[in-house]
Every structure is written in C-alpha cells, then in structure tokens.
Design a protein around this ligand. Structure first.
Ligand code: DNO
Length: 347
C-alpha cells in the first residue's frame, strides 16, 4: 500500500511541502485543471507538474481525473475522435510513468452534495446530502460547483445535455461505457496504466439521469466486460458507503483478489435517514463504514495499490475547498497508518 494525497496544483492553498510533512504520504494525486474536456493534455504541462511534485520528494502516482467527454457517454457520432484523444492522454501519462488513471462515467454531474458545510456542535463542518433538498434544486438558480468537477456548464449547455440524456437509459450508458473501454483499455495495457473507474456518488440516479456504477453487481459487469487489470476500480468507501445495501468489505475482498482495485478512496459516511447522509470523521465509530474491516481486508488480500484519505471535515478554523482541507485529511492518514500498523502486527 502506498498512501497518496490529492493536490490541486498551484491553485491549491495547501503547499506540497505540507503534504510531504504528513507521515507515510509518498505520492500525489493530481491533474491538469485548465484543459478543455475532450482535448489532448499538453505533454510539457504534465511533465512540468510531475517535476514539481518530484522536486518535493514525492511521486506523481495517480491522475484523478482525465474527464470523459459527455459525447462519449452519450455515444454521439464524434465519439471516436474524442476517444482517440483520450487514448493519446493515456499514452502520454504512461510514458511518464504515472501508473493509475481515476475516471468516472457519471452523466453531466460528478459527485453531488446539497450542503458543502453542514455545521456540527463541535464547530467543525463537512459535506452532506439531503434528497429533499436535491429535489428543490432549480437549475435556473443552481450554483453547484464542487472540487474536481471538470465542467462548469452554462444554463444552455446544461439544458442541452439534460435533453440529450433523456434518450439514454442505463443500458445504453453501459453500452457506451463498453465501447469506450474496448478502445482505451488495450492502450492502457500497452502503456502500463491502470484505469480505475470511480463509483457514482451518490450511487443512485439524480435529476432523472442514468447512473450505473452503483453497487456490487455493477462492478461484476464492469470487470467481466474486459478481463484485464487495466480495467479497474477506484474503490471509494464513502461513495459505496452511501448505499447501505452494499457489503463493502465483501466487495473489496472480491475485486481486490481479482487485482481490480489499483486505487482506494478512504472515507466514512453517516446516514441520517433514508438516502440522507453526511461525511463523518474517518474512524469506524463515527460513520456507517467499518473502516477497520476495510483495512483488514486490504491487508488480507495483499493490497499493493494506492490509497488516499478522501474528503475531510473543516476543522481548527481551516477554510478552503470543501472536503479538501489539510488538517482532517491528514488525521485520516494517521488513522489509516495506525490501523495498518496495528492490524499488520497482530495478523
Ligand atoms: C470527489 C472525487 C470525484 C472523483 C471523480 C473521478 O471528491 O472523488 O470528483 O475525483 O469522480 O473522476
């Protein structure tokens, strides 16, 4: 296991130096954030980012993400050109020795929360999701813009995509994913890259859009589609944790043993009622994910991929990107390291 930490490049208020000070963090998860979705990333810019990371004694381990253009997800007639560009990005990152590519296949929106700073009695805050509030969202007023979102739509574009997706059901989205993967996975294999799909977050349909990477059966279908370690999963314990019906530990054992989990997002969530939940402190007792069993299972299966603390709360007065502050994510790392050492020594 190698612990990595997400860094948003020069625009991130957290300097690489601080990340380097967190015990056991050896690598960085990053991306180019200013490239238009669908374009080829300038190779010199990726190289430059890599050099910056390496100058601080860290490794550029994971790209999260190279966004998949909506026209690929929609299966539009121009998808082959866009997939061609995607393949070139994979070749470029592989040639630079960046091993894992986290991506998602969520239509229009990436991860979604309805409150970016839900307040707790101890003065901290974190992100939360309330299904009723989601239903109230008015696209005319919407200013939802979360860290890591690749696209900021104009109202017109948003309407265009919502209409286009009204003709795409889950099955069509699956077929479009398969079409995409059949073209990109052979390239990933050739260039030593492991693709790792991120689950839909939350793992159910929102705004009537199709969403497919939601549970264990979906992961079964994904891995069967192309039998290759390059066709892998970003196992996000928080995203899947929102689905109370999913046995997360069993799924980690199954897909990890098949060598399909190159990357893990380590996060806990606590359900309030129904589909509503908030992002809790990392340790098991504060949420609904058994973080101890997650780590124990990863140790059992000999997990040798990358793992990063996922969203943290805002604590100690820190202000910054929702979910991506320094302090609580660093606490998440220390909790992970403690579990890891404790379990490994008594196992
Ligand atoms: C949220 C992240 C996601 C993730 C993408 C991967 O914090 O986990 O935005 O980066 O879905 O493509």
């Amino acid at each position: 296991m190698e612990i990595v930490f997400r860094w948003y490049g020069d625009k991130d208020q957290i300097p690489l130096k601080y990340i380097k000070q967190i015990p056991k963090v050896t690598g960085i998860v990053s991306a180019l954030y200013d490239v238009t979705v669908g374009d080829i990333w300038p190779n010199n810019e990726i190289k430059h980012l890599k050099e910056k990371i390496e100058a601080e004694g860290l490794k550029f381990s994971v790209i999260e993400s190279i966004p998949v253009h909506e026209d690929i997800k929609l299966g539009s007639s121009n998808r082959d050109v866009l997939i061609g560009n995607y393949c070139q990005n994979i070749r470029n990152m592989g040639s630079l020795g960046i091993e894992v590519l986290c991506y998602n296949f969520m239509p229009v929106f990436d991860w979604v929360r309805t409150d970016l700073a839900m307040k707790y009695s101890d003065g901290s805050n974190s992100l939360s999701f309330d299904n009723a509030k989601l239903r109230e969202i008015d696209f005319e007023e919407m200013a939802l813009d979360l860290p890591g979102w690749a696209t900021h739509y104009t109202k017109k574009e948003l309407q265009k995509y919502l209409i286009a997706y009204s003709k795409v059901d889950n099955e069509t989205l699956w077929l479009n994913l398969e079409y995409f993967l059949k073209k990109v996975i052979p390239v990933a294999e050739d260039f030593g890259v492991k693709m790792a799909i991120h689950p839909d977050d939350p793992p159910w349909s929102i705004f009537g859009l199709p969403r497919i990477i939601t549970n264990e059966a979906a992961l079964d279908r994904l891995v069967r589609m192309i039998d290759s370690p390059s066709n892998g999963i970003t196992f996000c314990t928080g995203s899947f944790g929102a689905n109370l019906k999913m046995d997360i530990v069993k799924a980690i054992r199954k897909f990890g043993s098949l060598d399909r989990i190159p990357f893990v997002h380590f996060r806990n969530v606590k359900h309030i009622e129904g589909k509503n939940f908030y992002e809790s402190k990392h340790p098991t007792e504060f949420g609904d994910v058994n973080m101890y069993e997650v780590v124990k299972t990863l140790i059992d299966i000999g997990f040798d991929g990358f793992i990063r603390p996922d969203h943290g709360r805002m604590i100690w007065g820190e202000k910054g990107r929702p979910g991506y502050g320094l302090h609580d994510r660093a606490l998440g790392v220390m909790y992970l390291v403690g579990l890891w050492e404790g379990i490994s020594k008594t196992h």
